[in-house]
Ligand binder design. Structure first.
Ligand code: SF4
Length: 440
C-alpha cells in the first residue's frame, strides 16, 4: 500500500518499479511511459499515477520528514499488544496468524461467537496488530464521486432501486470531470472512485471520455458501476481505469436471489474474476446483516472473498432504506462488522480493508473503531453537495450535509490521531494539524 506523498523511483524492472518513502520501499506498476530512476512520483493502490517536478516533491517531503516518523511511532504504540495478557485461545489465534496459517471455519466461527466485551477488545487489538505489522501505517484515502442515482435494478434494501420514488439526477460528463478536477487541484486527491447505480444512460463512449480525462489528471481511476459487460470494462481499462469495486454482496444463493431480483450471483462472481484477470486493482466484498444470514454464511462470504483474491475488501452493514421491502429489518450490530473486519484480517493478513461510509452511518465512532480492528483504507465522499443528498442508498447517510473541506479535515485529523496515512490530501488540512497531535 502506498502513501499519498511523493516517493522516489529507485529501480525499474520491466513494468515494475521500486519506490522509496524515507527509506521504506514499495513495489508498484509503472503505468506511465516517461519515467526514469530518480524521478519523484505519486503512487496509489500499487500503481504509479503521476510524476512530480523535483522541486515540488522536495518541498512537500521537507514538510513530511519529521511527521512521517512521528505518525509511525503513534501507530506502533496504538497497535502494540501485551502477549502475556492474552488468553490461551487468543494466543493460539495470534500464533496461527503469525505463522500465516489459515484459520479453520470452526475457529472463525468461535471468533464470530465471541460476546464478552473484554474478549472482543482483544480480538480487535490482535487484528490491529496484524494490520500494523503487514502495512505499517499506510492507508489509502479515496475520494468518491457518486455521479448518478439512476439504477436499473430493484435490490430489496437499496434506496435508489428502480421502483423507489425519489428525485433522480445524472451528472453530465463535463460536471463529473469538473468535480474530479476540483478534487485533484483543490484537495489533492490521488485516487478517485467514480460510482453510480447501474445506469446505462452512460454508454461506453461517455464512460471512456470520463475515465480518459480524469486519468490525465494524474490519479488512480477507480470505477464502481455494477454489472457491465466485460467488453465495457476492458475498454475502460484501456482508457486508463486501473481499479474497480464490485462486491458480490452475499455468497448465499438463496438470499442473493431473493433480495437482488433479476440479477444472478454466478454472473457477478464470473465478472469479478474477469476483472481481476484484466489487470484491475480489485475491491470486492459483501453486505453484513441480511435477514436470515447466519455466522456460517458470513464465514462462507469471507472464504469467497479470499478466493477472489482482491487487492481490497469492502464490507458494508445492511442499512435498508425507507420504503424498501427490507425497511425495518433488525439493525446490524457494530460488533458484527468489526468481527468481520478482524477475521478477514486474520484470513488474509496482507489485505487492504476499507472502512465504508455506511459503517459511519451505523455508528459515529465506527470508522475509528474499524481502523483499530484491522481496517486500513478510507473513502471520503466528494460528490457535489446538491447531488450527494440525493444518492440515498440508505437513510441518514453520514457526511451528506458536510462540506468536502470539513470531511477531509475531520478524516485527516482522525488519521493523525491514529498515526496513520501520511497524505498530502488537502494541504490546508495538513497545515491546520494541531501541534503535538501526531506524537506517540
Ligand atoms: S444495490 Fe446497487 S444494483 Fe442494487 S438497486 Fe442499489 S444501486 Fe442498484
Amino acid at each position: 500500500m502506498c502513501y499519498a506523498i511523493p516517493a522516489k523511483l529507485v529501480a525499474i524492472d520491466g513494468q515494475t518499479g521500486t519506490i522509496d518513502y524515507f527509506g521504506e520501499k514499495r513495489q508498484i506498476l509503472l503505468d506511465l511511459d516517461d519515467v526514469a530512476v530518480g524521478d519523484y512520483v505519486y503512487a496509489q493502490g500499487g500503481v504509479l499515477v503521476r510524476k512530480i517536478p523535483p522541486k515540488e516533491a522536495e518541498e512537500i517531503l521537507e514538510h513530511w520528514q519529521t511527521i512521517f516518523f512521528e505518525l509511525k511511532k503513534t501507530d506502533a504504540a496504538l497497535s502494540k499488544i501485551d502477549q502475556n495478557k492474552l488468553s490461551s485461545n487468543a494466543l493460539a489465534v495470534l500464533q496461527k496468524v503469525n505463522l500465516r496459517k489459515s484459520l479453520t471455519p470452526d475457529e472463525m466461527l468461535s471468533l464470530f461467537n465471541l460476546q464478552d466485551e473484554q474478549e472482543l477488545k482483544v480480538l480487535y487489538e490482535i487484528a490491529n496488530n496484524v494490520r500494523q505489522r503487514e502495512h505499517g501505517n499506510s492507508s489509502c484515502i479515496h475520494g468518491v464521486i457518486e455521479f448518478s442515482n439512476y439504477c436499473s435494478n430493484n435490490c430489496h434494501y437499496c434506496g435508489i432501486r428502480k421502483d423507489q420514488e425519489l428525485p433522480r439526477y445524472r451528472m453530465s460528463i463535463e460536471e463529473i470531470i469538473s468535480a474530479a478536477k476540483e478534487a485533484v487541484d483543490e484537495y489533492g486527491f490521488k485516487a478517485l472512485v467514480l460510482q453510480s447505480g447501474e445506469d446505462f444512460w452512460y454508454d461506453d463512449a461517455k464512460l471512456i471520455t470520463m475515465v480518459r480525462e480524469i486519468r490525465k489528471m494524474g490519479v488512480l481511476v477507480f470505477v464502481s458501476l455494477g454489472l457491465r459487460s466485460k467488453g465495457t470494462y476492458q475498454k475502460l481499462y484501456d482508457a486508463g481505469a486501473r481499479a474497480v469495486l464490485l462486491r458480490f454482496e452475499t455468497s448465499n444463493k438463496d438470499i442473493f436471489a431473493k433480495l437482488r431480483p433479476g440479477t444472478n450471483l454466478a454472473d457477478r462472481v464470473q465478472l469479478i474474476k474477469a476483472l481481476k484477470a484484466m489487470g484491475y486493482v480489485l475491491a470486492t466484498g459483501f453486505i453484513v446483516g441480511f435477514p436470515g444470514e447466519t455466522n456460517n454464511d458470513l464465514i462462507q462470504n469471507i472464504l469467497l472473498a479470499k478466493y477472489l483474491a482482491p487487492d481490497m475488501y469492502s464490507f458494508g452493514p445492511l442499512i435498508p432504506a425507507s420504503n424498501t421491502p427490507l425497511f425495518g429489518s433488525p439493525k446490524v450490530s457494530k460488533d458484527l462488522i468489526l468481527k468481520t473486519i478482524a477475521v478477514m484480517r486474520f484470513i488474509d493478513s496482507n489485505s487492504n480493508i476499507l472502512v465504508t461510509t455506511a459503517l459511519e452511518t451505523l455508528d459515529r465512532n465506527a470508522k475509528q473503531e474499524a481502523l483499530l480492528a484491522g481496517a486500513n483504507s478510507m473513502m471520503i465522499n466528494i460528490t457535489p453537495k446538491h447531488y450527494k443528498e440525493l444518492y440515498k442508498i440508505y437513510d441518514d447517510k453520514a457526511d451528506v450535509t458536510k462540506e468536502i473541506k470539513q470531511s477531509i479535515q475531520e478524516t485527516v485529523k482522525m488519521l493523525y490521531e491514529l498515526g496513520r496515512a501520511p497524505t498530502d490530501i488537502a494541504a490546508h488540512a495538513v497545515k491546520t494539524r494541531p501541534s503535538g497531535q501526531a506524537r506517540g
